[in-house]
Design a protein around this ligand. Structure first.
Ligand code: PSV
Ligand code: MN
Length: 382
């Protein structure tokens, strides 16, 4: 179990440190970063206390800077690296009717060019993954030609893919609805798989845990994509209703356990697996840095529990048709309290046994509350 835990590394989303909210209200918080450097400093604070989050993912253009090399050095000096680059083709007037699937060629080209700029950023930051989530879709039956849009999407993605370097990957994320309410152009894992399979080896799927209809068996999708060698990354978060973006493992810890069991079973935590673990969350009302600390700890805790499943005993029960026996083996691991063991894991690595308490004691929040006065706080869109 400890060996698996040593391989855990979680990419934090820069936007989790900015203000966010719903369409009803964004509540600003004191100490919120005004710049990408301040977001990186907060991400570094999470890593210092947990040892779990050595990289921070950027979102372009929210995190645009003039000098990405200098930004990389800044992050390195704080003890972390720059991770996944996320594109954004959903906040421009031009994209009202879609980006890579827009009926107008010049809008499609603009969206393609944005991705090529992201690849240039990756060339400087050394990031491996370009993550593409599209808001493209339609609100009303008949509004768009579903088949035509798939054909354009496939052409646009192929153009982007041609620019993906030998050590880089195109990671395509799916989402079943929102902002498009009737039809989304990449709605599910199957559609994402069809597109990345057509592109080639360096194209893989991103599974955002919040992007499924209620009741979807997400661990099945994990097992299938791993089997197909196309599970590129996770965007972890949790949901009660829609794309809630709540703290991973908060809504349904058992689901997170089941997912991580399949990740381990499919080799997804092996150092060369190519499965990137990322968070995609927003902290609308809770404190943001502790929110991220809690999140990475939740992933670690459920990984530890999933690693405890006695797979040999479970296989014996499965093969002899012992339904309840197999289920009991699985549940035994889920119900095991691994917190003392994780506290020891941390202590052995010079980390605080209780990172939440250590953050509260550290004075970091007080310091940024005092320092970060004036300027414009970062938020969804900056
Ligand atoms: C929108 O649903 C979304 O949360 C996607 O999951 C992306 O990964 C993220 O925004 C950032 O673009
Ligand atoms: Mn996501």
């Amino acid at each position: 179990m400890e060996r698996l835990l040593d391989n855990l590394s979680i990419d934090l989303p820069s936007w989790a440190f900015g203000n966010s909210g719903t369409r009803f209200k964004v509540f600003p918080a004191s100490g919120t970063p005004r710049t990408v450097e301040e977001k990186i400093a907060d991400a570094a604070a999470v890593h210092r206390l947990t040892g779990l989050a050595p990289t921070v993912a950027l979102h372009i253009p929210w995190d645009t800077v003039a000098d990405y090399r200098a930004l990389g050095t800044y992050a390195e000096d704080l003890g972390i690296g720059l991770g996944t680059i996320n594109s954004n083709t959903f906040q421009d007037e031009d994209y009202k009717f879609g980006s890579l699937t827009n009926v107008e060629k010049k809008v499609r080209q603009k969206a393609i060019d944005h991705h090529l700029e992201c690849i240039e950023v990756m060339n400087v930051t050394g990031s491996r993954d370009l993550k593409i989530w599209l808001a493209d879709g339609t609100n009303y039956p008949g509004q768009g030609d579903i088949r035509w849009r798939q054909d354009r999407l496939s052409e646009s993605l192929a153009t982007i893919y041609q620019h993906i370097g030998a050590d880089q990957r195109l990671v395509l994320e799916y989402k079943f609805f929102e902002p498009a309410m009737y039809m989304t152009d990449v709605p599910d894992w199957g559609s994402a798989y069809v597109h990345v399979a057509a592109l080639g080896e360096r194209a893989v799927v991103c599974l955002d845990t919040g992007h499924h209809a209620p009741g979807t068996n997400i661990e099945f999708i994990v097992a299938q994509l791993l089997r197909l060698r196309k599970l590129g990354s996770f965007d972890f978060n949790s949901r009660f209703y829609a794309d809630d973006d709540l703290i991973v493992g908060a809504a349904d810890p058992f689901q997170l356990f089941r997912i991580l069991f399949e990740v381990i079973r499919g080799g997804g935590l092996a150092p060369d697996s190519g499965v990137a673990l990322m968070l995609d969350q927003c902290h609308n009302i809770e404190a943001k840095i502790p929110g991220q600390i809690r999140s990475v700890l939740n992933v670690q805790e459920m990984t530890a529990r999933a690693a405890l499943v006695d797979t040999e005993a479970m296989a014996v029960a499965q093969e002899s048709g012992d339904v309840l026996g197999a289920n009991a083996v699985f549940m035994d691991a889920f119900y095991t309290d691994v917190r003392p063991r994780l506290a020891r894991w941390r202590a052995d690595r010079g980390l605080p046994e209780d990172p939440m308490a250590a953050f509260a004691r550290s004075g970091y929040q007080r310091q940024i509350d005092a320092e970060r006065c004036g300027g414009t706080q970062s938020g969804w869109g900056a």
